[in-house]
Design a binder for this molecule. Structure first.
Ligand code: ADQ
Length: 459
């Protein structure tokens, strides 16, 4: 088997598969894939340096090697906080109102991609497969090709791909997408994002596109574009459910609810996740039903993220204000309806919390796929499963069609879905859950990695 080199912005600091602690979806997935295959995980250390040298720090953990580089403060500002998180992230989540188009951001992004290519090239041996992750590195394949790398190189995009009409608002959009055509395989989370990408290639670049095979031909390059919906590490996650920690945290949350139904949401604190809109939906639910304070407890777990970016400071302030107002309006002297918890938890604890909750609220405004939806399903008690309320704008909605699918912008619809979930008879809960669980179990992260790498090997 060829050696695998994974490239992502950050390399997980946790101890690989099964590690406790808050990690984003990408880190969880890559730890699982590398743990089994071995190889190298290359990325930014998260540390700053005065002068970029490209010096690699190599460490070995859990069956694979990590190789990291330090970046200069202005590179971090322009590439990471700037182009990645203030330009591409909002644009790719359909928020052109929040996207900032600054020349320095674009230049910083190109510069860091060049630095990554330069540092990576000495690590690459002739038979290696290079697998690049996410929107931080759309041009990295082209930069590697320019340095003579002839290996198979694939890109997987963890977030949505925007409709052509939105993408064309980005200055130099053609350059960005043309660079992506130097990969051998480009993967997306869902059919919808894939279709938007193919539409762009045909319409804006005039590329030759075969919709059935996903083959895109342009200017002497040929790339396969396909949907590879990511999953959770099913076996690892289910094993967490057997731990004392999971069982204790389930008990702890259940006992504290005082007979109320628990609804849970777990999200990085990000404007794409629809957190304020969810509180508005709850507000409608509480306004339209009497005595809800005695019936429902909503637990929102939302660890802060990207705190250097203003829009993230704003979403946090908005959410704090809304939960405060909500609880002020709907609490009783002895009951508070929303518990807003601003921190990360270990994954075994999360398992227990999911299992204690009879309603899982996953209502992002846009999401590549959303792994919380899958974790919630996996954690349910087969004899008494909870109900998943899922945004139709999460990539996962293409697979999890037996959830209660909602438009997260429509507070009335979300409120009705929560009410329906609370009242759903056991037989219906079970039949929905069985179908959802089969999808989560059968399309897990190891199969996802095999699928992508198989396509890349065949390219
Ligand atoms: P994220 O936007 O980070 O990922 P998501 O898919 O929901 O979103 O993954 C979050 C992960 O972090 C989950 O595994 C969850 O358990 C964990 N997590 C969240 N809050 C936590 C907390 N308080 N404590 C502990 N763990 C917590 C991006 C894309 C997604 C895509 C993934 C993977 O935005 O659409 O699903 O990558 O491709």
């Amino acid at each position: 088997m060829s050696r695998l080199i994974v490239v992502s912005n950050r390399v997980s600091v946790a101890k690989g598969r099964g590690a406790a602690g808050a990690q984003g979806g990408l880190a969880v997935a890559m730890s699982a894939a590398l743990h089994r295959r071995g190889g190298i995980w290359f990325g930014w250390s998260g540390n700053e340096t005065e002068h970029f040298t490209g010096q690699l720090t190599m460490e070995r953990a859990n069956g694979f090697t990590t190789a990291t580089i330090d970046l200069e403060p202005h590179d971090i500002e322009e590439y990471y906080n700037g182009y990645a998180n203030r330009t591409l992230w909002p644009l790719f989540h359909y928020r052109i109102d929040l996207a900032e188009y600054e020349n320095e951001f674009g230049r910083g992004y190109e510069r860091v991609n060049e630095q990554f290519a330069k540092s990576l090239v000495p690590l690459v041996e002739p038979d290696d497969i290079v697998w690049v992750q996410d929107y931080h590195f759309l041009p990295l394949g082209e930069r590697l090709r320019a340095r003579g790398v002839r290996n198979r190189i694939g890109l997987f995009l963890h977030i949505p791909w925007p409709p052509t009409r939105l993408l064309v608002s980005l200055p130099h959009h053609e350059r960005l997408v043309r660079a992506m055509l130097h990969y051998d395989v480009v993967g997306f989370q869902s059919r919808e994002w894939l279709e938007s990408f193919l539409h762009y290639c045909r319409k804006e670049l005039g590329a030759e596109v075969d919709e059935d095979s996903g083959r895109v031909r342009y200017d002497g390059h040929e790339v396969i574009a396909r949907a590879f919906p990511i999953g959770i590490d099913h076996a690892e996650f289910m094993a967490l459910g057997e731990t004392d920690i999971a069982q204790r945290s389930q008990q702890r949350l259940s006992d504290s609810a005082r007979q109320r139904t628990i609804a849970i949401a777990v999200d990085r604190l990000d404007y794409s996740k629809g957190l304020p809109e969810r509180i508005d939906a709850l507000d409608r639910l509480f306004a339209s039903h009497e005595d809800m304070v005695n019936q429902l407890l909503f637990v929102q777990i939302a660890p802060p993220s990207r705190e250097d970016v203003l829009t993230y400071q704003q979403i946090r302030a908005t959410l704090e204000q809304k939960t405060g107002q909500f609880n002020g309006a709907h609490s009783d002297v002895d009951l508070v309806p929303i518990r807003y918890v601003n921190r990360g938890f270990g994954r075994a604890e999360l398992f227990g919390f999911y299992r204690a909750a009879k309603v899982g609220l996953v209502t992002p405004l846009r999401d590549g796929i959303n792994l919380v939806a899958k974790e919630y399903v996996a954690a349910q008690d087969p004899d008494d499963p909870g109900v998943l309320v899922l945004s139709r704008f999460a990539g996962a909605a293409e697979q999890l069609t037996d959830a209660l699918l909602v438009n997260p912008h429509d507070g009335g619809e979300v409120a009705r879905a929560i009410w329906t979930a609370m009242a759903m008879p056991l037989a219906e809960r079970k039949s929905r859950w069985e179908k959802l669980y089969a999808v989560v179990r059968d399309a897990d992260v190891l199969g996802w990695a095999d699928d992508f790498l198989g396509e890349l090997a065949a390219a």
